[in-house]
Design a protein around this ligand. Structure first.
Ligand code: GLY
Ligand code: MN
Length: 473
């Protein structure tokens, strides 16, 4: 990437410097690395994928650095399907499942190895280890991942020749690594089936993933508590203070935030994906905070609380809040194994339609309003989604595995009803305008029903007020 920048201060590299740099380095190969705790789970996930595509070569890349400007790049985040199948987070990697003659697949992983000290790139390349940090050697990666590892710099050539010479049909996940994609000759629809299968296989979380999700949610609870503790500083500053406060917790305990934090005070709460976070934080208004810590293993929480900035709801804010709370309770009651996935959404939306009819904002009766979807003017979004490595996890999964299927133990989903009265909505009384309330929790479906993983944060209006009274700074 360094070729994108012309104005370096050094004119060139002398032969003496080049020779000096190549010598005098210790052998830093690590022989103490242990297999990753996730490795056996990733092996089981690969076995499940293998069973879906007998006799076919499967290529699942991790992705590359993306340029922000010149030689500067965005922070790297690997493709979630690669992470799920390997437990790895390296850039420029690719998992390959190669079909075996007798059935099943052999798995190996392309990785960018350590930089050789035999040329200038290792110290002059902007994305080299000396500038970006140490990578693992191929032998180290093999030990950690429990996978044979090969040098990714030959991957495009290897895959191009094996996809033309072997007669083995190949599929690749598209849109992740353009060079590998160009190297293999594949069919777009068949490739989409691979991506779909990778999504399907994430619908039910294994015990290791559930543990990671608990950790992400627990960090998120601490992040929300941090924000409440700093509300008075935010009042003197802006929504940005809230964003930064939560972000500090996310970086400290996790990898990052799992999505752009929505720190929406006042009428910004009616904007579903408000991430500018540059508005004022005013006592008397509500703060809608929708944020999630992404664990160091890249699993994310997704939690929302709507908080009265001065610690007490006004009567109209409370009316809206209670309706959303009751809708969430109705949604929770429908989260149990064997229920249709859509049941929790329907239960929540029916409740909100009923309240909106009672308030005279939509025409009843409530059942008719719900069937026509009239509540959507004020509820805007669906009531939840799968959660895991991605905030909107399993987005490519087949409908019958997800929205049209039954809930099953091991699924993790959000239940997040909301009501949003736009500031310019002339169909509601003036004092309702600009109020937005969402309450969002992360539920694990269990054999007995569900467990609310984010129950560590208060939800009812009374509990929120009492909590803020104890914690607010
Ligand atoms: N919490 C962000 C979303 O669900 O869209
Ligand atoms: Mn959500």
């Amino acid at each position: 990437m360094s070729e994108r920048r012309k104005n370096g201060l050094y004119a060139g590299i002398s032969e003496e410097l080049s020779a000096l740099m190549r010598t005098g380095w210790a052998d830093t190969e690590r022989h103490d690395l242990q297999p990753d705790e996730q490795a056996p789970y990733a092996a089981d996930r690969r076995a499940a994928l293998s069973a879906r595509f007998p006799g076919e070569r499967l290529v699942i890349p991790s992705g590359n650095l993306k340029t922000r400007s010149n030689d500067d790049t965005y922070p790297f985040r690997p493709y979630s399907g690669y992470v799920h199948m390997t437990g790895d987070q390296a850039r420029d990697g690719a998992l390959v499942l190669e079909p075996r003659a007798g059935g099943g697949h052999d798995a190996y992983c392309y990785q960018l190895p350590r930089d050789s000290r035999d040329d200038d790139e290792f110290w002059s390349g902007y994305h080299a280890e000396l500038w970006m940090g140490r990578r693992r050697s191929l032998a180290e990666s093999a030990r950690v991942l429990g996978l044979a590892c090969r040098d990714v710099r030959t991957a495009a050539e290897d895959l191009a020749s094996s996809s033309t010479s072997s007669g083995v049909p190949t599929r690749i996940v598209r849109g992740i690594d353009p060079a590998l994609e160009a190297a293999v000759s594949t069919d777009e629809e068949r490739d989409a089936d691979l991506e779909q299968a990778l999504s399907d296989l994430r619908v039910i979380k294994d015990e290791w993933e559930i543990k990671e999700m608990r950790g992400a949610v627990d960090s998120t609870v601490r992040g929300f508590t941090d924000v409440v503790g700093e509300l008075s500083t935010a009042v003197a500053s802006s929504e940005r203070w809230i964003e930064g406060t939560f972000y500090r917790r996310a970086r400290l305990e996790g990898n990052h935030v799992g999505y752009g934090s929505i720190c929406a005070a006042g009428e910004h709460a009616t904007i579903m994906h408000w991430t500018d976070n540059d508005g004022p934080v005013r006592p008397g208004d509500l703060l809608l905070l929708d944020a999630g810590v992404e664990s160091r293993t890249l699993y994310t929480a997704d939690v929302t609380r709507t908080l009265p900035i001065n610690g007490t709801f006004t009567p109209v804010q409370r009316k809206v809040y209670d309706a959303v709370y009751e809708a969430q309770e109705a949604g929770f009651a429908a989260v149990k194994p064997g229920a249709a996935y859509r049941d929790f959404h329907e239960a929540s939306q029916r409740h909100l339609a009923t309240r909106l009819v009672e308030w005279g904002f939509i025409e009843g009766p409530a059942d008719r309003a719900y069937e026509l979807g009239l509540q959507r003017r004020f509820t805007m979004a669906g009531t939840g989604h799968m959660l895991g490595l991605d905030v909107h996890d399993c987005a490519q999964a087949r409908n019958e595995e997800y929205v049209d299927g039954p809930l099953q133990p091991g699924m993790i989903l959000t239940v997040e009803p909301g009501l949003y009265f736009q500031p310019d909505d002339l169909t509601v009384p003036e004092e309702w305008r600009g109020i937005g309330v969402r309450i969002e929790d992360d539920l694990l479906v269990t054999d007995a029903g569900h467990e609310n993983l984010s129950a560590g944060l208060p939800r009812s209006a009374e509990d929120v007020e009492a909590w803020m009274g104890r914690v607010a700074g």
